[in-house]
Design a binder for this molecule. Structure first.
Ligand code: ZN
Ligand code: ZN
Length: 465
């Protein structure tokens, strides 16, 4: 019998929607397919609710086509929209068009389709961030530079969006200088970061500069490739000329990129992030040269604290399935769909391995039986008579709890020593120093629970229920 757990994951885009079957046990996407999104143009519907109804029908049908009667333990949909904690999409112009604004609830209709399993919504940039978490990143910003600009900051592997899901909409930050104010954003605002520094924004800036100084433009490689006509200038020409080293194109792209670089410098000095992952079509097309430009400009905006911007900023090409994989991984972080027996840990069933702990005198055995959720991990630990966990000092961002299940020993906390025995629970604070010696005659057994130092994980908009 198959004990593997699977979730259905959706990546809803303006043009196409991907439907995937994610194996939560092996943490991989087993299969997926793609259909046209029933968006505001295709459906011809005249209000947002009707478009959402059409969308839900499509999701149900396609999920059934993909998974058949396989047992499903969760549903997660990645959406191109900022999401409130109760599942309202604030804006989703690529799907809903003119019916986008005002907060249309998407969670309730999804739950109505799958009432028996947990259902989650996740912003698509957040999903992309979760794929970075799956690869081991903890504290980072993921920045999309495509037709728009989006960002998501992850701290300790959790996206930070605030209680109303407003984090991440950096593309609509108003730049407030005389140059930027002449550019109109998709949202119809003026001087937003996305209207200047996205792929579309870079083209708008380049066209603006070409119109301002037609003679210089006409003499440049970019101008020649555009047939000296501003209206012929497109992203393909701009990127090509930029990569060919045309000084005019380099100047134009830098005039856009400096706004983004300023925001990256702000994120860095504000949060101390040392990892900024740039994704999105425009950034990928401009490649390493664009990365160097952004890093150099960010360095100029930033107070010099010895940081190396060239190691902070990187560009990553993501697979087409990024949102599906990220949404699937996100569901595993919620621990959804695991059978309850997976939550019971016994010394008899655990796989122990023996090693010295913090330069202790003799080997001890430990088995990490869990690593997920709000706690960092649970270890089951066996200390033979005479062995110990050597004195060690924790970093300020982790703490732990020892639970003595069996045996007796001596606990060292800072400079003091205390006898401990079966049933005792010891809190080892962040930044504290402690150790444990089994000076009894029998094996000592402990459960050790590792925790992040303080509960920093305010519930993101994506973990609804
Ligand atoms: Zn805007
Ligand atoms: Zn410790």
């Amino acid at each position: 019998m198959d004990h593997e757990e699977r979730c259905i994951v959706f990546d809803i885009g303006g043009t196409s929607t991907r439907i995937g079957l994610y194996n939560s046990t092996d943490r991989c996407l087993e299969r997926f397919h793609k259909v046209e999104t029933p968006n505001f143009i295709r459906t011809g519907q005249r209000d947002g609710h009707e478009i959402v109804n059409d969308l839900m029908k499509t999701l149900k049908r396609e999920a059934h086509a993909l998974a058949g009667n396989a047992k499903i333990s969760g549903i997660c949909a990645a959406m191109p929209a900022p999401l409130s904690s109760d599942g309202n999409a604030w804006h989703m112009p690529t799907v809903l068009g003119p019916y986008s604004g005002g907060g249309l609830n998407l969670l309730q209709p999804l739950r109505a389709l799958w009432p028996a399993v947990p259902v989650r919504l996740i912003n698509d940039v957040t999903a992309a961030g979760y794929l970075q978490v799956a690869k081991g990143s903890r504290d980072f910003a993921i920045v999309t530079v495509g037709s728009g600009i989006g960002v998501k900051v992850f701290l300790d592997g959790v996206p930070r969006v605030g209680p109303n899901g407003r984090g991440g909409e950096i593309g609509h930050l108003r730049m407030m200088d005389s140059f930027s104010e002449s550019f109109v954003c998709d949202c119809e605002g003026f001087g937003h970061l996305g209207s200047i520094a996205s792929g579309r924004g870079s083209l708008a800036v380049a066209r603006h500069m070409a119109a301002e100084n037609a003679g210089v433009f006409a003499a440049s490689l970019t101008g020649r490739l555009s047939g000296h006509q501003v209206e012929n200038l497109n992203n393909e020409i701009l990127v090509h000329a930029f990569l060919q080293g045309d000084p005019w194109a380099e100047h134009a792209v830098a005039a856009s990129a400096k706004y983004l670089a300023q925001v990256l410098a702000f994120l860095h000095v504000c949060l101390g992030l040392e990892e900024i992952v740039i994704v999105g079509g425009f950034a990928i097309a401009c490649g390493e040269k664009y990365r160097t430009l952004l890093a150099t400009l960010a360095d100029q905006y930033c107070w010099n604290l010895g940081q190396n911007w060239h190691s902070i900023v990187r560009i990553e090409k993501q697979p087409d399935t990024v949102a599906l994989e990220g949404a699937g991984y996100f569901m595993t972080t919620l621990d959804i769909g695991k059978p309850s027996t997976d939550r019971i840990f016994t010394f008899e069933d655990a796989q122990f391995h023996w090693s010295r702990a913090h330069n202790g005198a003799a080997d001890i055995a430990s088995a990490r039986v869990m690593r997920s959720g709000a706690i960092s991990w649970i270890d089951l630990v066996r200390l033979p008579a005479g062995s110990d966990i050597g004195p060690h000092t924790h970093s300020t961002d982790e703490e732990e709890v020892y639970i003595v299940i069996e045996g007796r020993g001596t606990m060292m906390v800072e400079d003091s020593h205390y006898p401990v025995a079966t049933g005792d629970v010891i809190h080892n604070p962040s930044g504290g120093t402690h150790g444990l010696v089994n000076d009894g005659l029998n094996e000592m057994r402990l459960a050790v629970v590792g925790l992040p130092a303080s509960h920093r994980g305010e519930v993101p908009a994506t973990t609804i229920d």
